[in-house]
Design a protein around this ligand. Structure first.
Ligand SMILES: Nc1nc2c(ncn2[C@@H]2O[C@H](COP(=O)(O)OP(=O)(O)OP(=O)(O)O)[C@@H](O)[C@H]2O)c(=O)[nH]1
Ligand SMILES: [Mg+2]
Length: 453
């Protein structure tokens, strides 16, 4: 099969299953001659004579020596994952055996697939749109039930339809404008005046705003809440990380300024995924390395979706604590009064009292996060939100273009100039689904995939 009638595709193969010892490993082969090339090394029924979607038992041989007993699945173009002729070889899962079968294939006409190349082919052969390709990636890396459900929806084209509807509405406006400009005498098409355009544009803007609002929460829920543990030195940030992870991950010591680099970990709590970042204690320091660590903490604080601000309740609060209370006041944050196993020097109503030493109060943190992030407001509603930052970024840009068009309408600027902004919004939405794509974008996106996908 040809891609857009331009370049011939070649024959590629890669191990599609995880590396390591397992019962079975699958090697994917794809390309115009994939079946013939596998036949060269397959001892059993001639695969070239087989129908699509059939399974065949046999042996992979290397210069007549049998190296593995396998089962081959044959899928013929265009009815395969990537639209090409494909053979999936199910071999035994030992690392060595699989590797040997792969090497035999590479010596017999296949080249090793690049990261994400099978999915890229599926996209170029119009088997998948970009939102579906991303959904595959999301499904593989999903870490909670909501993430699974959401990516399964996107795989069934829910995001494609959502964006496609908006795009159709915009296309309708563009078509009307064009007809008006080119055939002003044509009576069946309404005259496109500023008054005519405004309500239509307003409706599209409203829809987009709703999608963007929904998407803010959905991406956090799906991809995990970036949670920075912040506080001055020695308040127990690393102890909290370790307790939440139930693992001795970060070094804990009574020396102030222990943590320098950011220590990361991921946990599931009440069906939420938290991506935790333990940071260097923030204070003014003369130590160069500590200062680098503190800069990293400040960055983490800025970009976090949620801050766990840890204070030591066995000591009177100091200026450094007050500075951090002030700095985090506009962020989603939970104030944590740690070391409450010791005599308390202060109390605050807005703080959760915990003790990392005695291990209490952690459940309360989970509940607070659930409330503060409005997780209960989030329901997976098919086709109501976008799935990742790339999609959100593009829709935000499209939204801005239409806002610009709306302002221009209010200023009674010529409609053919306003059309430029509307057209831009149309193209930007097309980049979400891949209908308006650049080669660079496609390459960048698919290289994020693992080998064999
Ligand atoms: N009594 C008591 N001690 C605690 C508690 N949590 C932590 N500590 C102690 O406080 C000290 C500092 O703990 P860390 O977790 O290293 O504190 P940190 O905030 O990560 O410190 P830096 O990395 O230096 O910024 C250690 O000696 C801990 O054992 C607690 O709940 N109760
Ligand atoms: Mg620490």
């Amino acid at each position: 099969m040809q891609n857009g009638g331009e370049t011939m595709v070649d024959n590629i193969c890669a191990i599609a299953t995880a590396f390591g010892n397992a019962a079975i490993s699958i090697i994917r082969c794809s390309g115009p001659n994939a079946v013939e090339l596998v036949d060269r090394v397959f001892k059993g029924k001639r695969l070239t004579n087989c129908e699509s979607h059939t399974i065949h038992h046999g042996y992979i041989t290397d210069e007549n020596q049998i190296i593995d007993e396998v089962v081959c699945n044959v899928f013929l173009s265009p009815h395969s994952f990537d639209g090409e002729n494909m053979v999936e070889i199910n071999c035994h899962g030992g690392t060595f055996v699989t590797d040997r079968v792969l090497k035999v294939l590479l010596r017999n006409g296949f080249r090793l697939a690049e990261n994400g190349e099978f999915s890229k082919r599926a996209f170029l052969n119009r088997k998948l749109d970009l939102t579906q390709a991303e959904a595959i990636m999301d499904l593989i890396s999903a870490s909670n039930a909501l993430a699974v459900e959401s990516s399964a929806n996107a795989l069934r084209k829910s995001t494609y339809r959502l964006v496609g509807n908006l795009r159709n509405k915009i296309l309708d406006i563009l078509a009307k404008i064009e007809v008006n400009i080119d055939y002003p005498e044509y009576e069946d098409s309404p005259e496109v005046t500023h008054r005519f355009l405004e309500p239509i544009l307003m409706e599209i803007l409203r829809d987009m705003k709703q999608i963007l609002d929904n998407s803010k929460l959905s991406t956090i829920v799906i991809h995990g809440i970036k949670t920075a543990i912040i506080g001055k030195p020695n308040v127990g940030k690393s102890s909290l990380l370790n307790l939440l992870l139930d693992e001795d991950k970060a070094i804990v010591s009574s020396v102030a300024g222990t943590t320098r680099d950011i220590v990361e970990g991921t946990i599931q709590i009440q069906n939420m995924t938290l991506k935790l970042l333990d940071t260097a204690g923030i204070r003014s320091s003369k130590d160069d390395i500590e200062t680098i660590g503190i800069k990293k903490s400040e960055k983490a604080l800025e970009s976090a979706d949620l801050v766990l601000l840890v204070l030591d309740c066995s000591k009177t609060l100091e200026e450094e604590d007050y500075i951090l209370l002030e700095k985090t006041k506009n962020k989603k944050r939970i104030i944590i009064a740690n070391k409450s196993d010791l005599p308390n020097m202060w109390q605050r109503e807005d703080a959760v009292s915990i003790s990392c030493k005695e291990e209490f109060g952690i459940e309360e943190i989970g509940k607070k996060i659930y409330d503060i992030m409005h997780i209960s407001d989030f329901h997976i509603e098919e086709g109501k939100y976008l799935n990742n930052q790339r999609q959100i970024h593009l829709m935000n840009q499209a939204y801005e273009s239409l806002i610009h068009a709306k302002q221009a309408l209010e200023e009674k600027i010529d409609i053919d100039l306003i059309e430029i902004d509307i057209k831009e919004a149309f193209d930007l939405l097309g980049q979400i689904t891949g209908e308006a794509h650049s080669d660079e974008l496609v390459t960048a996106l698919f290289t994020k995939f693992c080998l064999g996908k």
